[in-house]
Design a protein around this ligand. Sequence first.
Ligand code: TNX
Length: 541
Amino acid sequence: IKAVTLLICLLVQSSLFAQDNLSALIPFPNKIVQKDMQRKFTIAEGTYIELSSDSLSFEAEYLQKMLRERMGVTLSIKKGPAKNGKAIKLEITPSIKGREHYVLNISDRGISVTGATRGAVFYGITTLDQILLGDIINTKQRRVSALLIEDQPRIASRMLMLDPARHFLPIDDVKLFVAQMAKYKYNVLQLHLTDDQGWRIEIKKYPMLTDIGARRNPKGGMKGPDNGFYTQEQLRDLVRYAADRNVEIIPEIDIPGHTSAIIAAYPQLGCKHTDTLTKVIGKNMNLMLCASNDAVYEMYKNIIGELAAVFPSKQIHLGGDESVIEENWAKCDRCQSLKKRLNYEKDSSLMNYFFGKMLSFVREEGKLPLLWCELDNIRLPASKYLFSYPKDATLISWRNDLTPKCIELTRQSGNPLILAPGEFTYFDYPQYTNDLPEENNWGMPITTLKKVYAFDPGYGLSEQDQAHIVGVCGTLWGEAIKDINRAFYMTYPRALALAEAGWTNMEHRSWDSFRDRMYSNLSYLLKAGVSFRVPFELAQK
Ligand code: TNX
């Protein structure tokens, strides 16, 4: 039924809307200099892909494959200047300012894609890909209309978050996810590697973390969806795969809450530990690492060391969300004496002690910390007894009601902020009434496609007041995500809307235009085997 409805939807839409060289561009570019559309570059037998240096060979092959799929031609790849000028040139031009700023120039004599980095050149290619996707008739005739695009993003970090901790996703599925997000110019994947339901990264010094912690269902061997982990080798390979597509992987190991899996493997790390604990992995345990236990710090120092060696990202995400202090630290004798010794009034102030240590391990590895903007529910104004974020931490906001507070907190403190407000960017929220066959974590809230598109990462603040907002993140918690099809279904098409919210300046954004540009992208996703929710409601109106 879904497929038939989709086809009808696509047919109706494609007859209603123009198919031209701008009609599939998502995110929409920030600067387009439209040229005479009658002038066209024809891709013929002798046309080849020319690259300025070997460092662009991945991009050249990516372009070659893309042209083969779109136009049925296989162009050869050469280094150095094109003899007859009939080339698609890829070039690194250091003088272009901006790491992701690309210039795509299509004239009747050739095409050039330039930028200061490989990532920028890659983005020029993804834009060209969408030009061909939209301009059906010219593409069929192997022609591309003249056009000049000089484009760069509004927001530096355009992120999606995957949660293979709750349900394991095999590494090849994570790669598929990365390949798709890269097409829409997302540049960071936050990988939530540890939680109550699973420990998903091999740590060589502590094999029990995965022997026990990666098995939510102790009967299932290491087979998914509940069991499984990534070897460091697999993760290194993933990092390279993503880097080729200008995607950085930021690993998250969530502490001090969300730690049932590690505590199941090493019960002595928790505040309350009983013999029954060892085999139970899963939420509702409300367990926390014990702030007063030196073994916790020793172990995490080593874990962070191994993590830092696998992921070249400058940042390590240490979580910090949803700690149940009352049930853990407040009831733990050793924590209470530590609190007295430190002269703290509140149990929550132990967070300062806990993260003081954990963040120093991150810094020792030459990395910067990332934390959920939630510790102690950021009850403002911060007093010395509450947790205060160190200057080098980037924060990521999540709960709807906390986002304005987080913006204000970071505006004052100067900490960089990534926005992931639930009502705009949580992709585990339903997309439309009753569209979730599986149990949903959240119940009430619904994040429609239109709502995501309405997201303004500047929150309507003055340019100065939003200067510290460095990222947006589409967050997909995994409690109800049993496999990659489900992950895609919840992510798309909402991720298209968020991609544009993160990349395109407000003055170039329009819902009507986005909606029209979305349809050809849905047909692309269908062909690529990427599941998505059909936004029936848009066609019905
Ligand atoms: C809260 S949002 C969480 C996640 C859960 C989610 C849904 C956030 C920082 N933490 O651990 O997956 O609720 O249950």
